[in-house]
Ligand binder design. Structure first.
Ligand code: PMP
Length: 304
């Protein structure tokens, strides 16, 4: 991935892709404290547009604040840098990855001389869980790994170290032949996927876990707006594993995963065993929105 042409924004400058390097003593590499974002730009009739750019940057600053990390740039600078990264790499559509990390100024968890570095990369990235799965849905399993307890890792932060749990869960799911994991909390309530928020639909009502122990997903928020527009009731509540088994429909949301239907959980068919009608409606709205085909919410798109 490192050996390619292109430009990466690093500490205020556009650096050739191959030269955007760090030292092996980079603090974040050792202790896993960094904060990041996953953002997408979509092809529209008016050129590439970044979806909910300001919201993503705001969450990045909130993540840094939670972690006690000082970002040496303001939001306007990082927004512009993200626009520039898409532009300079000549991308029609892109996945953008801003990351704030501690450098190699010091070692040990007591190091008090660390500087926060910021990098932003962008590349073309298709359907995260596969084009076919967007239509037909994925097969998932409940993870044997428990999601973070609210006072161990800070779930409102999109922090690098939080993803160790995600990777363990995803590895297990993929090794067992599933597409994704569904992770429960220590009490056994449904939380989220390894990188997605979870929704289920039962008798015309949409349910999703409250935000106690899950990432406050930006796609999740978009779904809330859409359901209000459609007049579909949506309820945040604690969800049990067996409620998922008997759902009419289920889906994951995420910037990478977009709106991905779930057709099977723990080898039990969900609803009709394919993308459900409400899921399809929300997915269509989502793709129309991000591609600039809806008149509503023009403020969600930042044209490059
Ligand atoms: N939960 C986790 C653990 C994630 O990594 C992501 C992806 N950022 C999400 C949920 C979905 O968040 P968003 O819609 O903001 O991408």
């Amino acid at each position: 991935f490192a050996d390619r042409d292109g430009w990466i924004w690093l500490d205020g400058e556009m650096v050739p892709w191959r030269e955007a390097k760090v030292h092996v003593l980079t603090h974040t590499l050792h202790y896993g404290l960094g904060v990041f974002e996953g953002v997408r730009a979509y092809k529209t009739e008016k050129g590439p547009a970044i979806f909910k750019l300001e919201e993503h940057t705001k969450r990045l600053f909130e993540s840094a604040h939670i972690m006690g990390m000082k970002i040496p740039y303001d939001a306007a600078t990082l927004n512009q840098a993200q626009i520039d990264v898409v532009k300079n790499n000549g991308l029609d559509s892109a996945y953008l990855r801003p990351l704030c990390f501690y450098g190699s100024e010091g070692m040990g968890i007591r190091a008090d001389c660390l500087a926060t570095h910021v990098m932003i990369a962008a590349w073309e990235w298709g359907a995260y869980l596969g084009e076919d799965n967007l239509k037909n849905g994925i097969r998932i399993r409940v993870s044997s790994y428990t999601r973070h307890q609210v006072n161990s890792l800070m779930c409102k932060a999109k922090a690098t170290g939080n993803y160790i749990n995600s990777m363990l869960a995803l590895q297990e799911a993929v090794n067992d032949g599933y597409d994704e994991a569904l992770i429960l909390d220590a009490s056994g309530y449904v939380m989220e996927g390894s990188g997605e928020n979870f929704f289920l639909i039962k008798d015309g009502v949409i349910y999703t876990p409250d935000l106690t122990s899950v990432l406050n997903g930006i796609t999740r928020k978009t779904i809330f707006t859409f359901t209000k527009e459609l007049g579909i009731p949506i309820v945040e509540k604690r969800i049990t594993r067996d409620e998922v088994y008997i759902a009419d429909e289920a889906f994951f949301t995420g910037t990478a995963a977009e709106v991905t239907p779930i057709r099977e959980v723990d080898n039990r068919t969900i609803g009709s065993g394919t993308r459900g009608p409400i899921t399809e409606k929300l997915q269509t709205m989502y793709f129309d929105q991000v591609h600039g085909r809806r008149a509503d919410h023009p403020e969600w798109l930042t044209y490059v």
